[in-house]
Write a protein that binds this ligand. Structure first.
Ligand code: TPP
Ligand code: MG
Length: 327
């Protein structure tokens, strides 16, 4: 196992804090904005409480690798190099944002930063990730792609087909299932009859591994192993990250269907709290350091908001640009 350096541990902490701050802010805007003149059109989809899954997984990648993100992967997008400014431009539907105001919230991609364009249909990103992996293999590139999806999406036929196909052709793809126990209001028990999504790995002919999705270093180590296997031609791995969605499905949803007990028990396993404890135990950081990072990311988010708010809205004249392909 490759140990993370102090610098990497601290960098992961910053990503955790930045993601939390950015998403708390999006939640706040959605809850408090004037509905007649909204800054955020539509809803926010947050990774609150499960940030370590996305961050730990994406941290195992190198520049030439790709991600096929799901809708709670802001952390991974930040690691791929998207900035808070860009992510807020997207949320504010601005002309200079990743989708030029044509699409909302988490429905974005960035080819230059190796982030596939998000497909809203659950599970549909997974075979597209296979396509990228197939191209990497065909071109003999030493790179791989992470395909993120949720426990709910894991029930989709298209996900099973994609995992089977990737195993047959030993594609350099790592399947990351963020098992956050809920698919909107459907609990895990109504989603699958097996205990672990990872148990399915064996039936496709690939390793299926489980990790604690709230421990960023554990997710990183698990995914790194799978990434290395994929890059040396060993084929895919199914990684199941056990975590919990600590917010509603979207900012419109107060998740009344989740018991207070369930929330309380997962609060104790908060990924940021866990990482703070680890940093203290390793002697890498103390309370003063945490306070400094919290203040830094807060001002980064505030600065990005002020800047992004003032960017141009899409103009009516160019609404059809980038919508249809030109031959
Ligand atoms: C094919 C399809 N069916 C339904 C939806 C509506 N929908 C959006 S997110 C979601 C739940 C997904 O749950 P999960 O995969 O567990 O991801 P999570 O939201 O928990 O991260 C559903 C049903 C959709 N986008 N696509
Ligand atoms: Mg889920």
């Amino acid at each position: 196992m490759e140990q993370l350096t102090k610098k990497q541990h601290l960098e992961l902490y910053r990503y955790l804090r930045l993601t939390r701050a950015l998403e708390d802010w999006i939640f706040y805007i959605c809850a408090n904005q004037n509905p007649q003149k909204p800054l955020i059109i539509g809803k926010g989809y947050l990774s609150t409480g499960q940030e370590a899954t996305s961050i730990g997984a994406a941290y195992a990648l190198e520049k030439e690798d790709w991600i096929a993100q799901s809708h709670r992967d802001f952390g991974a997008l930040l690691i791929r190099g998207l900035t808070p400014r860009e992510l807020l431009l997207q949320y504010f539907s601005k002309e200079t944002g990743p989708t030029k105001g044509r699409d909302a919230n988490v429905h974005l991609g960035h080819t230059g930063k190796h982030v596939l364009g998000f497909i809203s249909h659950m599970g549909a990103m997974v075979p597209v990730a296979n396509g990228v992996a197939f191209a990497m293999k065909y071109k003999k590139k030493k790179a791989c792609i992470l395909a993120f999806f949720g426990d709910g999406a894991s029930s989709q036929g298209i996900v099973h087909e994609a995992m089977n196909y990737a195993a047959v052709f030993k594609l350099p793809v790592v399947f990351i299932c963020n098992n956050n126990r809920w698919a909107i209001s459907t609990p895990l028990e109504e989603q699958m009859a097996i205990k672990n999504v990872a148990d399915r790995g064996a039936s496709y002919g690939m390793p299926g591994v489980i990790c604690d999705g709230n421990k960023v270093e554990e997710v990183y180590q698990t995914v790194l192993k799978a990434v290395r296997l994929a890059k040396k031609g060993g084929g895919p791995t199914l990684v199941e990250c056990k975590t919990m969605r600590m917010s509603g499905h979207g900012t419109h949803d107060r998740a009344k269907y989740v018991s207070d007990q369930e929330i309380a028990s997962w609060k104790k396993k908060d990924p940021i709290m866990h990482h703070e404890k680890l940093l203290k135990k390793l002697g890498y950081a103390d309370e003063a350091y945490f306070k400094k990072i919290i203040a830094e990311v807060k001002s980064e988010v505030e600065e990005a908001t002020q800047w992004a708010k003032n960017q141009a809205d899409p103009s009516i004249q160019n609404q059809l640009e980038d919508v249809f392909a030109r031959s």
